[in-house]
Design a protein. Structure first.
Length: 597
């Protein structure tokens, strides 16, 4: 395929030269600059309109090349947020102006001052393109030599000085004559080089060759991810330098025909391939060198503006796909931008970002830099830590519930031990021992819950009245009373059911200033626990089961939260309302499972 392309290119150049070489050219006229108007006006209109195959070929080639580089400039303009894109755009703008000025010289009406000015503009833009090429390559390769401020000043200062000498042409140091020929209706202008113009070309094209050398070194030093890009850019500049050498040594088919823009167009094609195929103006090739596309964790790649430019297939786990390209990080995962800071893996033990229901992902962000140390974007790996997060939650719940639920039997044990000390009645030791046994049972149950949750416990037919009485004995009830009006049996885990009652009883006692009577009875397919206390305002009933919600001074807000957790683990529903006596009513009904045995 490569040989075919080379043969095709060679055939094109051979045909191009053949057409121009066989074309008939009018007499060559050597004229002084100050008489250019007079000499050209002598044959004004005599050749314009006589357009032959050679002229059409020249115009078409230059026009196509100009349109191509203009397209490249436009493309780069809309991708100018990444390194070297702005310099690449400026280079293509320079090429576009060069091509337009060359077309203007060829097609200019025979007015000396106009033609002189247009040729000066063509020379200006050709030189400017060479300077912009150096600036572009300096930015792309980050060459230590070309990026030095002193080199930049020398480059622009030398270009400006040479241009000034061309315009003023003191003592004809820039040129002495302008050779103008009419070729099938086109103006072909060739200056007679003076020492200044020779220095100008040596100056500009010397930098061109230096740029070519820097690109070659960059290609040899590039990592795999850069190599294809760098090879195409290197090839593009090889084409441009080759065209420059042909122009200098007189390798053009006719004097006055400048093929520079043509070779720049072919070079532009190579760079276009680098842009479109290897994404020269994108960060993705760098990212693909740093990650494995087949990893099971979601991987997101962002540019310097934190906009998504790549996501792997696993990113679908967090709802991100190819259609989300160019979206901002915070639009994809709220708070993600804050998690991406300066190249280190972060939030390993800290804040997590939850995405999707009951799934938690922890972002690990790393800067994406090239081998020059320039930041080109960020790679974020979203590691799923759902199970770890749940274990941490259960551990937190365990610590809170232990401190909450062990308080009841601990207070009971302390009370009975104090009574033994005061009355010498050892019968209280049995009650203290029962309270301590209850503490041990709670600890065992809570350890199980912390590891697997309430739902892991086994259930069995459990007497409602007996369990309620046992729970009442483990709570410091004071002058309060318990009434159990049922002998029903429920399908439950006995220890958890007792824990449920303990929290309900304690809630009733702690949230009423005067002694209350607590009742347990069945209703329908479930049971109810009521009291005759002050009740709960209707606007607060929705939130009483939330953790941390308590109206009692010093309350933890965990009691009713634990009640709901136990009920849901058994497949029951629990609602709060007003009892017949105006107090609180907690109603438990069968949900997913049978409640009454």
């Amino acid at each position: 395929m490569l040989d075919e392309r080379k043969n095709g290119f060679s055939t094109f150049l051979t045909g191009y030269y053949a057409v121009l070489a066989t074309a008939e050219i009018p007499k060559l006229r050597i004229i002084k600059r100050e008489t250019i108007t007079k000499e050209i006006s002598h044959n004004e209109g005599s050749n314009m309109g006589m357009v032959g195959a050679g002229a059409i070929l020249i115009l078409a080639t230059v026009a196509i090349g100009t349109v191509l580089v203009a397209g490249l400039a436009t493309y780069a303009h809309y991708n100018a947020t990444v390194p070297a894109a702005a310099e690449f755009r400026n280079l293509q703008v320079g090429c576009t102006l060069w091509g337009l000025s060359e077309l203007a010289v060829y097609l200019s009406p025979s007015t000396g001052a106009v033609l002189d000015g247009l040729y000066t503009a063509r020379l200006l833009f050709a030189g400017l393109t060479a300077v912009l090429a150096v600036v572009f390559v300096a930015e792309y390769t980050q060459s230590d030599l070309l990026t030095r401020p002193s080199v930049r000043r020398f480059l622009w200062g030398g270009f400006s000085a040479m241009l000034l000498l061309w315009v003023t042409n003191p003592m004809e140091l820039a040129y002495s004559d302008l050779a103008v020929e009419s070729f099938q209706g086109l103006n072909l202008v060739t200056p007679s080089f003076g020492p200044v113009l020779v220095c100008y070309f040596l100056f500009i094209y010397g930098f061109y060759l230096a740029t070519f050398a820097v690109l070659g070194l960059f290609l040899l030093d590039s990592a795999n991810v850069y190599r294809k890009q760098a090879a195409l850019i290197f090839g593009a500049f090889f084409i441009v330098v080759a065209g420059t050498i042909l122009f200098i040594v007189g390798g053009v088919p006719r004097e006055g025909v400048d093929l520079g823009i043509v070779f720049n167009a072919f070079g532009g094609l190579a760079i276009w391939v680098a842009i479109s195929r290897y994404e020269f103006l994108r960060v993705v090739p760098l990212a693909k060198e740093s990650i494995v596309d087949t990893v099971t964790d979601p991987v997101l790649v962002f540019d310097q503006d934190d906009r998504l430019i790549y996501s792997n297939a696993a990113a679908g786990q967090i709802g991100v796909d190819a259609d989300d390209r160019d979206r901002h990080a915070d639009d994809l995962v709220p708070g993600l931008k804050a998690a991406m800071t300066n190249g280190k893996v972060i939030h390993q033990h800290g804040e997590e970002t939850a995405v999707e229901r009951e799934r938690v992902f922890e972002p690990a962000a790393e800067e994406l830099v090239d081998h020059h140390g320039r930041e080109r974007g960020r790679v974020v790996v979203m590691r799923e830590v759902t199970e770890r997060h749940r274990r941490e939650q259960r551990l937190d719940e365990f610590a809170s519930i232990v401190s909450h639920d062990l308080r009841n039997p601990l207070n009971v044990a302390s009370l009975h031990i104090n009574l033994v000390e005061e009355t010498d009645d050892t019968a209280h030791l049995d009650d203290a021992a029962n309270a301590l046994d209850r503490m041990e049972e709670l600890i065992d149950d809570l350890l199980t819950i912390s590891q697997a949750g309430y739902a892991s416990a086994e259930t069995e037919p459990t007497p409602l009245a007996q369990t309620a009485q046992a729970a009442w004995s483990n709570v410091d009830t004071g002058d309060c009373a318990l009434e159990v009006a049922t002998k029903a049996t429920v399908v439950a885990n006995k220890s958890q059911l007792q824990e449920l009652f303990e929290n309900l009883f304690r809630n009733a006692i702690e949230h009423n200033e005067t002694p209350v009577t607590v009742s347990v009875d069945t209703r329908g397919d479930g049971f109810v626990v009521t009291d005759d206390g002050a009740g709960i305002p209707e606007d607060r009933r929705e939130s009483v089961f939330d953790p941390g919600v308590s109206s009692a001074e010093g309350g933890t807000g965990l009691g009713l939260y634990i009640v709901r957790q136990i009920a849901e683990a058994h497949g029951w529903t629990v609602t709060v309302g007003e009892s017949a006596e105006g107090g609180v009513e907690f109603a438990f009904a069968a949900g997913e499972r049978t409640l009454l045995a």
